[in-house]
Design a protein around this ligand. Structure first.
Ligand code: C2O
Length: 547
């Protein structure tokens, strides 16, 4: 098999945006970081060398990591962090995934600056199930903070409040001309008329779902989270942190010098203040070459849905269907061995002494799954599991019984107080799992982009209000539901997902809003080894970092 070797040196680099110069953590001095490019079936080998004081890990978001859980990357789940002066080699094979994923740091909020694309091409001599694009362009959304984002999280954690607003959203690391002192930091895409471009959209932002649109251009959505879709046209896209969307952009026949904005803005339904600024890039037609001037040319501007436009959001996500062709079948679990009901959302915990907290009745905000706010252990859960040393690291009494009747209309914080714990759900190898994720939305009102490591799940159902265990399951789509690794659990609603637990290891599941993850909206699945040697997780590599 083909091997792709990369070296990631974690180093500090001065970067200036919005007239603020900051020393940020980067891979090889690049911001955003370098792309990983591989074909389906290739082995990817990345040596990460940590030259900075911060402890670091890197996660290959969405890569299935079949029997390579030691390379997954979340700190204290599958590995201890790579300390200054240490290195670790991540080694994994791409298996049956084609499209776009991304890599990012997976410790604290370091993914604010440590992220980059993963581009997965079809096997050699295989082709896309759509016309070959003339060019492929990664477009990665992020956020920029003038201050140290670590300081912001520390404050958020202590008070349990929400000062999690960045200073700008970015396209390929560039905020664009609508922000002060930022015109020169604008992403520019030069296109030829009458061609098809594959845009690989990645939301690497920390805390916001984004609407995205290109003025006067309709795109065709063809993939999500490295899975093919039944193509559909859209003027505006919604993309949650942790999600990727592949779209085809067909340029117009003849438009010399015309320039168009592409714009992204948060869909935000949270409490408190929000930043409603917009990051824009410019699409410019050659003739012979576009003039990317904001002053001299009429720029066409896209219209984006209003903030908190829930119907635009749901109407868009409803349209996602697996391609489900003969060549790319959708292997949806038709029967379920184990079903789980998880309430996810915001809760509260007591405010620490001598502090002012910003939750209801002076409490501190916390997040939870089934009212358990997950606390990181001080060693990796996967090691503890593999070597049979779970004692003092984690427990397996995660409450999987439905917390019925959950009082969704109760007055906070009485029915929202969370408890802390490091609890895992254990399932046997090859269990067919269904999980209903019910958003409680007693506090706050935001979609939660729930991300599962190690699996692509099928989104078989979704709705608003309470999930009804009698009426809803008969309506599930078991034919061509979208398959992905991150799903937006709708505000005040639910989604049902299914997957085969065919990958032994310890797998993190969490909200991909870093602020919610930090508050505890995270948990761990442990999938046991199967009987056959081929169904067992191999031992850890010798260079696995120690705590
Ligand atoms: Cu992209 Cu656990 O994360």
């Amino acid at each position: 098999i083909m091997k792709r070797h990369y070296k990631f040196d974690i180093i500090l680099q001065n970067v200036t945006r919005l007239c603020h110069t900051k020393s940020i953590l980067t891979v090889n001095g690049q911001f955003p970081g370098p792309p990983i490019v591989a074909r389906d079936g290739d082995r990817v080998v990345v040596k990460v060398v940590n030259h900075v004081q911060n402890n670091v890990t890197v996660h290959w978001h969405g890569v299935r990591q079949l029997k390579s859980g030691w390379s997954d990357g979340p700190a204290y789940i599958t590995q201890c962090p790579i300390q200054q002066g240490q290195s670790y080699v991540y080694n994994f094979t791409i298996t049956g995934q084609i499209g776009t994923l991304f890599w990012h740091a997976h410790i604290s909020w370091l993914r604010a600056t440590l992220y980059g694309p993963i581009i997965i091409l079809p096997k050699r001599n295989a082709s896309y199930p759509f016309p070959k694009p003339y060019k492929e362009v990664p477009i990665i959304f992020g956020e920029w903070w003038n201050v140290d984002q670590e300081a912001v999280i520390n404050q958020a954690l202590q008070t349990g409040g929400g000062p999690n607003v960045s200073d700008a959203y970015t396209i390929n690391g560039l905020p664009g001309p609508l922000y002060n002192c930022s015109a020169k930091d604008t992403f520019k895409l030069k296109v030829k008329p009458g061609k098809t471009y594959l845009l690989r959209l990645i939301n690497a932002a920390l805390n916001d779902e984004l609407f995205f649109s290109i003025a006067n251009h309709t795109v065709t959505v063809v993939g999500a989270d490295a899975n093919y879709l039944k193509p559909f046209d859209a003027d505006t896209l919604l993309i949650a942190p942790g999600q990727t969307t592949d779209v085809l952009l067909r340029t117009k026949p003849y438009l010399p010098n015309a320039t168009f904005f592409m714009a992204a803005r948060p869909y935000f339904t949270g409490l408190g203040t929000f930043d409603n600024s917009t990051t824009v890039g410019i699409l410019g037609y050659e003739s012979p070459s576009p003039i990317f001037s904001i002053k001299n040319l009429p720029l066409f501007k896209p219209t984006l849905p209003n903030l908190t436009d829930t119907s635009s959001a749901t109407n868009f996500t409803k349209r996602f269907r697996s391609l489900a062709s003969t060549q790319f079948p959708a292997k949806v679990p038709q029967k379920v061995d184990k079903s789980f009901f998880f309430t996810i959302g915001m809760g509260t915990s007591p405010c620490p002494q001598n502090q002012t907290c910003q939750g209801p009745n002076g409490a501190k905000f916390a997040s939870s799954v089934n009212n358990i706010s997950f606390v990181f252990p001080t060693v990796g859960i996967l090691q503890a599991h593999f070597f049979g040393q779970s004692k003092g690291v984690y427990t397996t009494d995660f409450p999987t019984k439905t917390l019925v009747p959950f009082n969704y209309t109760g007055t906070p914080p009485n029915n929202t107080v969370v408890s802390n714990g490091t609890k895992a759900v254990v399932v046997a190898f090859n269990t067919s799992v269904e999980v209903v994720l019910q958003d409680t939305s007693i506090l706050g009102a935001e979609n939660h982009p729930l991300h599962l490591h190690g699996f692509d799940f099928f989104v078989v159902g979704q709705g608003f209000g309470n999930h009804d265990p009698i009426k809803d399951p008969p309506k599930y789509n078991l034919v061509d539901p979208v398959q992905r690794n991150t799903v937006g659990v709708p505000v005040g609603g639910w989604v049902a997902i299914r997957f085969f637990a065919d990958n032994p290891g310890a797998w993190f599941m969490h909200c991909h809003f870093d602020v919610h993850t930090s508050w505890g909206l995270r948990m761990v699945w442990i999938v046991l080894d199967g009987e056959l040697p081929s169904q067992k997780l191999p031992p850890p590599p010798p260079d696995l970092p120690k705590c």
